[in-house]
Design a binder for this molecule. Sequence first.
Ligand SMILES: [Mn+2]
Length: 338
Amino acid sequence: MSTIMQRGIHYLQRLNTANVPAALIEKGQNRVIDASLTLIRERAKLKGELVRALGGVVASTSLLGVPLGHNSSFLQGPAFAPPRIREAIWCGSTNSSTEEGKELNDPRVLTDVGDVPVQEIRDCGVEDDRLMNVISESVKLVMEEDPLRPLVLGGDHSISFPVVRAVSEKLGGPVDILHLDAHPDIYDAFEGNKYSHASSFARIMEGGYARRLLQVGLRSITNEGREQGKRFGVEQYEMRTFSRDRHILENLKLGDGVKGVYVSVDVDCLDPAFAPGVSHIEPGGLSFRDVLNILHNLQADVVAADVVEFNPQRDTVDGMTAMVAAKLVRELTAKISK
Ligand SMILES: [Mn+2]
């Protein structure tokens, strides 16, 4: 693997600020952040106005891309995923109907507010504490525009922390989370990074943003992962017992007594035979139909969701995993919109 892929987006420059007043740099960074949030706010407002003018829906999915890959411990390709997923959603090889008959062409079902300009903001020297706040703010801007509900396109899994934080803060209480993944992503910190993609669910549980956390598809879990799971009361369903647990997982009812349900899908929950375009190839996973059965049968008011960890740099030349990620997005859209 090339060092560029390991070290990340190679065109980002470190700002050399040795002889420049910090206040000057910070002012400029704040202007860039304001401009970024303004574009998302205005796009969300326009899409919200459109959906409300058409009328007749209580929940409408809106895509928000978060092209962030630098909190990956291995490869950074997920930063390039959102445009590839969008391209595959509208690919001419399929139609605009979801399996259960929702029409994605209908803006009452699906709109798009674009990407958080993560790389542009990082290029201005903004560090992760502030970047994570920008992601949370962006999610809240979508949620401002009732009936829009955010479906976030990652990005590596570190983005689930600022997204869930925003959803919980905006709704005024914890949510239940259904988390499909080969990994529990619950290390206290990974390689010293508290924002690591392997630590997002530790941050979520510490913050009190989730009442129940169900992790499904696990098959790469260490002792620390199991201990952290116990510490936070996580319901961990491992692949080695999937045939026994299948009936429970295909008949889930979540969210009673909380503000709603959040669904986080790491594409590597799938067996690599179905989704080779991920950073962490982990055999022994779910089939695509297993995942759809779990999602289709889930009884829940899904308030927001994410699809993360698709790595286009690892995909087949014909973009098979892009289609897989896109279908996850399409079917989650059908779940959210009503
Ligand atoms: Mn994973």
